[in-house]
Design a protein around this ligand. Sequence first.
Ligand SMILES: [Zn+2]
Length: 460
Amino acid sequence: MRYDMDGIRIYRGINQIGGIVTEIKKGDHRVLIDFGANLPGTENAELDDDELVKEVFSRQEVKTDAVLFTHYHGDHTGLKNRIPEDIPMYIGRIAKDIMKIIAKDADYVKIKNGQADKIETPVIDRMIPYWRAGEFKDLNGIRIMPLICDHSALDAYMFVIEMNGERILYTGDFRAHGIPGEKNFEKLVREKIGKVDILITEGTMVSRVKEEAVNPIRTEKDLKEKAAEIFSRHKENVVLVSSTNIDSVMGFYLATPRDKAFIVDPYQARVMMTAIEAKHKYFPDDYRYGNEIYVLCPNENDYCIKDLKEHMIPGTQRKPFHMARPDIYLDKGFVMLARPNRNPYVSTGKFEERLMAMKDPHIIYSMWTGYLKGGKAEDPSVVEFLKGYKPENIEVLHTSGHAYVEDLKKLMDMTCPDIIVPMHTESAAAFKEPELFADYSDKIVTLERGDMLGICSGLS
Ligand SMILES: [Zn+2]
């Protein structure tokens, strides 16, 4: 491994999805992008988390000026507690708010389990929100421009990096078929990125082409339309969706028919209103307060509504939340966003118990199918949640958080890179396979984990 030259090094995440850490180095300074944990179920991880931390921070001669997080998913931020305290960390302002909501419950569980040293809130509090998107900041000769992009996490970023006369696009996780992507992806690339010398791109979907070929849902818009159709046919709708996959959460909310109650737990209510408050100005049709939001309160005690007092319907002084009363919603019909309960100490919606009171719930599964029984990364809590329901009661309705191969091709066409470095994919070498990428096959460079892609000074 060479440490003396300038360039880009991917410490982890070339031939695996998640666990990402990338370094941009110039002289004796560097910037790190992401500091993620390996995803549960990662087979043949390139490096375990302890080895990774040791490798990244063992060299004292390089000064780390910043860690830039692309977004809040654990496979990009999961090892944040292991970053030395004197290194500034950056993340999107709204992403930080959402991380704090997530950490609140998780920290409570950790304290109960005697792991107070592992709590995350103080680390998130130290994170600095990005400077203005679309503007460069110079960090000792490494110029960085953050750009807000579309992903299944709200407030996600890609970066244009300029150093030694080269222009680099580091995509992070992105897609073009969510709410911001469908409207703005091409505009963003055309107006803010343009031609680059090096494209470092995620390639999750290159290893999921077959899976996606059988999915009739392409975009978040498709998902919302299909959800409306399903909700009108069934009285009791239970949707299993990731609480921070905001585009889908908003789609399910706004697809709920007027005559049915839309129900979430307090945690999901807080995440939703944080997203609406931050984004309704930019996407008024998709991030808006629609019908009433009913909140599941433990023991039907309204303290949980009082606890959400900081939230108001945007532009009004009215409160957005009402308490969900089982006798009313079971009678009226509903759409309930649910999650398997992984935390015995946290009063989440207790969804499994609530399902038992339902007569004929129709379950909409809106997560990656790999978590299902027999899937690539079977998740025992998902399997347990769905146990006992017949296949005809479960419907898969999901769209990926990652760019389709067609959109990766579009990005290549629009940025005209001389070098393409794939990462965040099961096999970087497989990037040379899609027929669509044929024009670029001689530009695709598959790095070895930990190797430096040199960007020589003096070439400019
Ligand atoms: Zn992600």
